[in-house]
Design a protein around this ligand. Structure first.
Ligand SMILES: C[S@@+](CC[C@H](N)C(=O)[O-])C[C@H]1O[C@@H](n2cnc3c(N)ncnc32)[C@H](O)[C@@H]1O
Length: 203
């Protein structure tokens, strides 16, 4: 007689929203400081901003944003504990506790709803994996600026701007939400995948 497996009751299980998150999507390679400044200039970083650098490395974007652009808060996330300890030391040395934060986490598991500006230097495939998270969690008015790698399927922003900005051999891709994906989703309208997911997860 075959024994039937009991059906697992999923009602009280926490179902991850985007499946198993990817781990590292890029190695540590620092953005040159002149490119960091250009990224922050293009995105008009300022005192109203809560900046997230996803994969913050040695923290150069965080410190430049706070010290040179006076952003309200700069939060760095990195998988590499050595880089995170380095940034923690620098926060202490520069007495920037409360303005700069760093977390040794996988950024796919970090809540981005408070971000007004996101900086990236990852890979095109890494950016693609983050795209649904951005579309779900970032508010209208948030900006995303990416060194060298585009977010495929999004429209770059700034009226009359080129598809990307150039600093020496470096490219900078700048996006403003929700205009970056306005073709795909009208304001306030959910994407097909988001609608299907909502139907399954919220009976
Ligand atoms: C190319 S470096 C960029 C460093 C810094 N943002 C800059 O522009 O100078 C990419 C960083 O992303 C981190 N990283 C890659 N995947 C990650 C993930 N899933 N979660 C957190 N950090 C990640 C790596 O450890 C690395 O330090």
């Amino acid at each position: 007689m075959s024994r039937e497996k009991p059906i697992k009751n999923l009602e009280n299980e926490k179902i991850p929203r985007w499946g198993e998150p990817a781990q590292s999507v890029a190695p540590f390679v620092p953005t040159p400081l002149n490119v960091v400044k250009k990224m922050l200039e293009i995105s008009e970083a300022g005192p109203e901003d809560t900046l997230f650098d996803l994969g913050c490395g040695d923290g150069r974007i965080l410190f430049t944003a706070v010290e040179k652009f006076n952003v309200k808060k700069a939060i760095g996330i990195d998988l590499n504990p050595t880089m995170v300890s380095k940034v923690e030391l620098m926060i202490e040395e520069k007495e920037l506790e409360g303005r700069v934060e760093v977390h040794n986490k996988n950024f796919f598991n970090v809540d981005l709803t408070s971000a007004t500006l996101v900086t990236l230097y990852l890979t095109t495939s890494g950016n693609s994996k983050l795209k649904p998270k951005f579309e779900e969690e970032l508010s209208a008015g948030a900006r995303v600026v990416s060194h060298d790698f585009p977010i495929n399927g999004w429209n770059t922003a700034k009226e009359n701007s080129p598809p990307h900005f150039t600093t020496g051999s470096h490219k900078i891709f700048f996006y403003s939400l929700p205009d970056a994906y306005a073709n795909k989703e009208k304001k306030g309208q959910k994407s097909t995948w988001n609608r299907i997911r909502d139907r399954i997860l919220k009976p």
